[in-house]
Every structure is written in structure tokens, then in C-alpha cells.
Design a protein around this ligand. Sequence first.
Ligand code: G3I
Length: 375
Amino acid sequence: MHRYSCLVVASLALVLSDTQSQSSSPQPSLKDAYQGCFMVGAALNAAQFTGQDQAEDAIIKAQFNSVSPENVLKWEIVHPRPNEFNFSLADKYVEFGEQNHMFMIGHNLVWHSQVPKWVFEDNNAQPASRKVLLERMRHHIHTVVGRYKGRISGWDVVNEALNDDGTLRQSPWLKIIGDDYIEKAFRYAHEADPQAQLYYNDYSLENEAKRKGALALASTLKAKGVPITGVGLQDHVNLDSPTTDQIDATITEFGKLSLKVMITELDVDVLPSSPHTADVSLSLASDPKLNPYPDGLPDAVQQALAKRYADLFRTYSEHCGLVTRVTFWGVTDKDSWKNDWPIRGRTNYPLLFDRNGQPKPAFDAVIQVAPKRAP
Ligand code: G3I
């Protein structure tokens, strides 16, 4: 090629590469955008923290500085039979969090769901006594929290102990031990790791009755000197409920008790017949009318989702520091629990990354409303 032509080609290549690098500026990250305000986390499934899902692995490392285990630390998985613990997946979760310098959550210690039947029974399949159940709870908490002492920084100690009307749920824990089971769980967790943050975690706390019940529970625990450090608002929400005013008031009210507030399981359901709750026992019949977007989300709904996410993050940011973490319940739409609840096999769109791991308009909206920091 002629020398002059070579120069022209080289210059053109430079111009093109410059244009490309300008148009493909690096994707912003959620964790950087909200640095100084709160951590941004995601709940992980086993495929994600064992490296089987490379695409999601890259998103997790780039976007989040906190992780929660979606299922692997639940009782039925780590403690399936008396005196038999299985930490193989939980250990991998903790190794992943450490390798990536993430603030790790343990989810969860005492819940009514995903607990094997034997926990609540004696040798004759009759309800266990208070003494036996308290000892099982203590042994479980000491073993699990003790194993990850100094590594897992915060634990959902008691999960979903309240009914929608704010009264205590009639779980086997309550029926057998009595209402001090909550206090005992926190005390055992504190014994096992005195440095760990300890949370009460629940859904629908924005609703007046349930919020009142949770505030009464938390203030009673505080008055008794029970080592509770924070409250987790799950925020499995819909496009229009609860209102951001309700969310704002809920954060403020828990803040008045000098508790940290965390958004622990955020997702936004865009499908019909999805109640604002996360009651895992709820199950509805399948019906194509209730699965309206199997081939993609219409633009109007995509925009409504982006607006909803912007409103949510604007509200959370108004409480920077009081809200210490916002965690999404999943990474991409592909593996969200919302595809199977309360109706199995639907196509839902509740998160910021689509089924191919691409950021959605809602991602840009969340980045855009992040508080501006001084340069
Ligand atoms: O592991 C089995 C697998 O062997 C089997 O083939 C498959 C068939 O359905 O089921 C698998 O278990 C499922 C498990 O998730 C792991 O994927 C269970 O059926 C399913 O019920 C279970 O759902 C989890 C749910 O908690 C159970 O209570 C969801 O993934 C998890 O996202 C959800 O998380 C809860 C929080 O812990 C507490 N707050 C509400 C939130 C949403 O329900």
C-alpha cells in the first residue's frame, strides 16, 4: 500500500476507535453510584457463587458490594437432620464473598419455612418441649453463626415472625417456646459472634398494622437490652404499592428506635394478581391471562418499571446513613423467584438486569437518581 494511503487508513482507524470508545463508555456501577449513602447488594443462588454462571458472575463483581445467600444458609440445607450439618454450599458462598471483599449477610436463622419437621418434634412425632426446642435453637445458632464468626457480618436472626395484623405468627417456634423465642434467638446469635450485626427481617412492614406490630416488637427488644442492631424491610413490592410515602414513613419510624434500616429483598413485580406480600405459602392457579408478557415487556411497562425504581431509590437516598444497605432479591430476571410465585412458570421482570444480563432502563434510572457527590 502507498505510504500516504497507509497514513489515511491509520488515521481513520484512530478516529473510529476513538468514536467507539466514546460511545461505549464503561457501564456505571450501582455500588459506586451509592457509595457514601448505602451498600448495594444482591441475593445469590449456588450457580452464581460457584462460578457456573459466568455472565452473572461478572455482573455481581462489577455492581454489588454486599451479598446474601438466597437459600443455602437456610435450616433445611445446613442442618437437615439432628446432629448432621452440611456446610458445603454455605462455605462456597462465604469464600466467594471474601474473595470479592463483600459485606456478607447470613439468611436466616429462625423462620417458620424451610425448617425440617424433626426440629419441632420429639422421638414420638409429638411436639417437642420448650426446653428441647430452645436447646435445638441454641445449638443450631451457635454452630452456624460460630462457624462464620468474623466473616459473615450481619445475620437475619428472626425472619417473618409477624402476621399482617401485627400480631405474632402462630409458628411452631411461638407455639412451643412462647413469645420469648425471638429474644432467645438474638441472645444466642450474640453469644456466638458478639461483633455481628443482628436483624429482624420481614415483608409488608409498610402496612400500618404490621408496621405497628414490628415497631412494638423492636422497641420491646431494645428496652430489654436484647442485642438487635437493625430491621430488614424486604420490599417485595409492586408497581404501585406500597406508596413511597409509606416506605418513607416506615424507614423514619424504625430510625427513631435507633435501629439501622436495610432494604433486604428488593424486587418490583409487574404482573397481575401479585399481592404485596411475600407469604411463601401462597399459591394461585395458572392462567395465561395472568402471564401477559411471555415474549417481552411492552415499552410502556418497561418505562413504568424504570419510574418505580427511580422513585424507590430517591426515597431510600433521602435516608442515607440510616438506610445502610439496599439488597436486590436476585441478579437478573431469569432466575428471580418471582417467575414461580404466587403462580408457577410465569415470565416476570422484577430486577435491573434482563434475562441476557443486559441492564434495563430501570438500571439507568437507579443510577441517575443517585445523590450527586462533590467532585
Ligand atoms: O432445591 C430444590 C430442587 O432440588 C428441586 O428440583 C426444585 C423443584 O422445584 O426445588 C428446589 O427447591 C426450591 C428452592 O427455592 C431452591 O431453588 C424450592 O422448591 C423453592 O420453594 C425455594 O424457594 C425459595 C423460597 O424462599 C422458599 O421459601 C426461593 O428460592 C427464595 O427466593 C425465597 O426467598 C424468601 C426469603 O428467604 C424470605 N423472604 C421471602 C423470600 C421470597 O419468598
